[in-house]
Structure formats: C-alpha cells, structure tokens
Design a protein. Structure first.
Length: 524
C-alpha cells in the first residue's frame, strides 16, 4: 500500500512537470524539474546504495546516486539564478559545466559495476561486441550529430568540458548496448530493464543538447529538458522497483549461450536509412560490421561451448575419481573386516602388524597369541554352517569383551583361528597367564539357534623379537606352539621354544625323505 502511494505521488509530479514544459512555463519548469529529479535521486539511493549487500556495489551505487544528485543541484542553481537572482543561468559556470558531473559520475558507476560483471564474462566475446557496437554508434554519431563535418569535431575540441561530456555520452551508450546485447544467460529482472533504457534516453538527449548548444538554438524548459527528466526518471524508477518489487536483487549474467541479441545491431542501419536516406558507403560499413560480428560471435561461442564441455568432462572425471576413491575406501573397509565375526580380517591384521613392526623402536616387544577353536568342522557338520558361524561370532565377541579398553590387535586369522597381539615386554609366564584367562573367558557352552554347544580352545604363544625376526616367522612359531598345545588336550596353552622348532623341522624333513624314498624305490 505504501509503495502504491509513493508510485501515484511520483507519477503526479512527473505529469505536472510535463504539463509545464508542454505549455513552456519557465516558472513551473524550473520549480518542478529539481523536485522530480530529486525524487529519482532518492529512489536510486534507496535501491542502489542502501539495499546493496556487497561493498563494491555499494560504492558503485554511491556514484550512481551522485550522478543524479549533481543534476538536482544544478537544477536548483538554475532556478535560483533565473527566478531569484535574475541572472542568465547559461552564463554561469556551475550550470554550464556542472551538469557534466552527471555524465562523469554515471561513467564511474558503470566502470565499477561493470568490472564485477566482466569477471564472469568471456573477454573475447566482449571484445567482439565492443568493436561491432562502437563502429555502428560512431557512424550514427558522425552522421546524425556531427553531420559528417570535421569542423564540428574541431568545435568540440575548442570546448574541453563539452567535448569531454560527449565522449562520456559515447562511453555510456557503448557500455549500455554491450551489457544488453551480450547477456545470453540469466533473466534480466524487471527493475534492471529501466536502467539501460533511461541511460540511452539521457545520452540521446545530451547529444541533442550539445548539438543545439554549439549552434546556439537551445531553449530551456523545452521538450529536450523533458527528455532529460524522463531518462533520469526511468533510472529512479528502476531504484523504486528494486525497493518495492520482489525482484531478485543479485543477478548474475553470462555472455555465453545460444541467445544472440547481436542481431539487434540491424537497428543501426535501419535508423540510418529511415532518417538519412540510402548512404551506401556507411550502410555497407554497418552491414559488413554486423556480418563479421555474427561470424566471430559464432566462432567464439563454439569455442566457449567446447571449453565448457572440456570443463564438464574434467569435473565429471574429478567426480568419478572421488567416487572411485570413496568406493575403494568402502571396499577396503569391507575387506578389512571379517564377514563372519566382525573382527579385523587377516589382510588388515597383517598390514597393521607390519606397520607396528616397521614403526616400532628396536627395543620394542610384542607378544602374539594364536587361538584355535577345537572341533569346528565337526560343529559345522552336526549343526550346519549357520550355527558354526554364529559360534565363531560369539567367541569373537567374547574375545573383544575380554580385551576391551586394552591396546590389543585382535583379528580373525582363519576360519576357526583368532590372533591377538599385545605390545610391551611380556614374559612367557605372563603370556601363559593371559592365555589362560582367554580360555577361561571363551571356553564355555554357547546357546545358538536352540542348541547348546560346548567350545574349547587351544593357544600358542610367540614373542617378538625373542622367538622371531619377522611377522611371518612370529605367526608361524605361534601356530607351531598352538599345534603342540592341541596334542596335549583341550584348553591348553603352549609357548614357543627352540625345541619345538627342531621337532617340527625334523618331522617335516622325515616326511619329505619318506616321500622321496618311496618315489626312488628306496623304502620297504
């Protein structure tokens, strides 16, 4: 409701001003012009300065506001000179040159905000658009404004401020067209459509003013001044919409994509033909410029599209590599866990044992327990694989509970074998005491799937580096000790010693000799 009231008030003021200039009323024209442009400056401040979230855009908005505020100050001075002091405003420096500050501040606003836009744009396409638009605008200015006469150029040079203002007008026109024509991606919010329209109207009015100024035919409070106010009013209206509409405040645009507004360049030769007739040389130059712009734009967009595809391919490859790495990590995690017991797998145990041995100091000691579950094959045969695996799992849980809170490396080393590694200086007696505790904890009756199953264990012990110089030797010697314990019955513990190594080696040697003797017919 508040926004609607403001809108009606603004429209009423604009209507009153345009009625005044239609009837050539200097009094009301001088009085209402600074009021109307002041309202425009107010909404530019609210929309582009106060509501700006980014510091750079706030600074740009300050210059945008300053450009219209400078016009308001000059309008107030003009009215004071004319109505109060009764001095010809056109003879005063403030009103003669002060209006040029609007052009200067406006260009600074375009430069600051444009730099932010150009960071996201393809610079080759910007260059192609700039050359084409500049050539067409220069031809129009040469024909319409300078009348194809170099004397007019020299006339501009004689008045530095006026010539500089015309140059600024040209920059505003070029950048506004580049910004509009180059947007190929991103929907332009409603409020932003009025800003370039207001800028172009202002520039056209300014060029007409300087034309009349040099030929001394300017008439204050004429329709030309109305055009100025209309352009500034549209700039203010864009700020009004930004404040009171629900349009997106921060919008990003790109100059790459399928939409090619460059075809609108055809408007330039049409204007030339309509207002100046068939001027073949300039017309051919414009048409050639438009054709070259079309060709180079297509080439540039194809290169951009190719680069986008390459970038997407690189992103997909990177994404695929991340997925592979994540999947590999998941698979490694699965491989590092025994499927049946949930303990660490043999693969994981060997890797971590190697890491311990590689990172340990020379004086570090380890003790390894090699635990075998007796009669496991018989349990599977009698009760089935499921029951057998549940027994393995429950024994593994018992071992986990027993070593909970202790720095123990516990793993399932084979179908019915568990291995435990403890770091530290342990004697054989201490190891046998720990093994006895393990057997007492785990050797009991397990209730699985309605069956009562008695479990017994045997344990072999080997110490590093006393009994072995490598991980494989340590495990093998613990296995030998466990096998010796099994010979002595169930729930037995055996530590490794050199005599066991000799007995096993001698037994293996006899078995090999016996097989060889049978093969050579040396045994009866």
């Amino acid at each position: 409701m508040k926004g609607r009231f403001h809108y009606l008030t603004i429209m009423s003021m604009f209507l009153a001003y345009f009625i005044a200039i239609i009837f050539n009323s200097d009094f009301w024209g001088n009085l209402l012009s600074p009021v109307v442009t002041g309202i425009a400056a107010y909404y530019v401040y609210k929309g582009y300065v106060k509501s700006a979230k980014i510091r750079t855009m706030k600074v740009a908005g300050i210059f945008f506001f300053a450009s219209i505020a400078a016009w308001v100050i000059c309008d107030v001075a003009w009215a004071a000179y004319d109505m109060i002091l009764h001095i010809d405003p056109e003879e005063m420096a403030l009103t003669t040159y002060g209006y040029s500050l609007t052009n200067l501040f406006f260009v600074i606003w375009l430069i600051i905000s444009g730099i932010q836009e150009l960071k996201r744009w393809n610079m080759v396409q910007v260059l192609v658009d700039t050359v084409a638009i500049s050539i067409n605008c220069l031809i129009l200015i040469w024909v319409f404004f300078l009348n194809k006469d170099m004397q007019n150029v020299l006339l501009l040079q004689s008045d530095v401020v006026s010539g500089f203002s015309v140059l600024l007008d040209f920059i505003i026109m070029i950048w506004t067209f580049i910004w509009y024509f180059s947007i190929r991606k991103g929907k332009i919010p409603h409020y932003m459509k009025y800003a370039p329209l207001g800028a172009i109207i202002f520039v056209v009015m300014d060029l007409i003013y300087y034309y009349q100024y040099f030929y001394t035919i300017y008439d204050p409070n004429s329709l030309l001044d109305g055009g100025y106010v209309l352009g500034l009013g549209l700039l203010g209206y864009s700020g009004y919409l930004k404040v009171y509409s629900k349009a997106e405040i921060t919008t990003e645009f790109e100059n790459r994509g399928g939409r090619n507004k460059g075809i609108l360049l055809i408007i330039a030769p049409l204007l030339l033909v309509i207002f100046k007739g068939l001027q073949v040389d300039y017309l051919l130059m414009m048409v050639l410029t438009i054709l070259l712009h079309y060709v180079f734009s297509n080439i540039t967009q194809k290169n951009i599209f190719r680069d986008e595809l390459l970038e997407k391919e690189l992103q997909l490859n990177a994404k695929l590599e991340r997925k592979v790495a994540e999947r590999t990590k998941e698979l490694n995690a699965l491989l590092d866990q025994d499927v049946v017991t949930g303990l660490k797998s043999r693969r994981c145990f060997l890797r971590e044992l190697r890491q311990i041995l590689d990172s340990s100091e020379k004086e570090a000691h380890l003790i390894l327990f090699y635990i075998d579950l007796n009669r496991y094959k018989m349990i599977k045969t009698m009760f089935g694989n499921f029951v057998g695996e549940q027994v393995l799992k429950e024994v593994g849980e018992s071992l986990s509970d027993y070593f909970h809170g202790k720095n123990a490396l516990l793993a399932s080393y084979g179908e019915d074998v568990y291995v435990i590694v403890l770091q530290g200086r342990y004697t054989y007696d201490e190891g046998e005491e720990i093994a006895a505790g393990i057997i007492e904890e785990c050797s009991r009756i397990y209730h699985v799937d309605g069956y009562d199953i008695r479990v017994t264990l045997n344990a072999g012990i080997a110490i590093y580096p006393t009994d072995a110089s490598s991980k494989s030797e340590l495990i093998r010697h613990a296995d030998i000790a466990m096998s010796e314990a099994r010979k002595n019955g169930f729930n037995k513990v055996q530590s490794f010693d050199e005599e066991l190594e000799k007995i096993v080696s001698n037994k293996n040697r006899i078995e090999i000799l016996l097989k060889r003797a049978c093969f050579d017919d040396e045994f009866t």
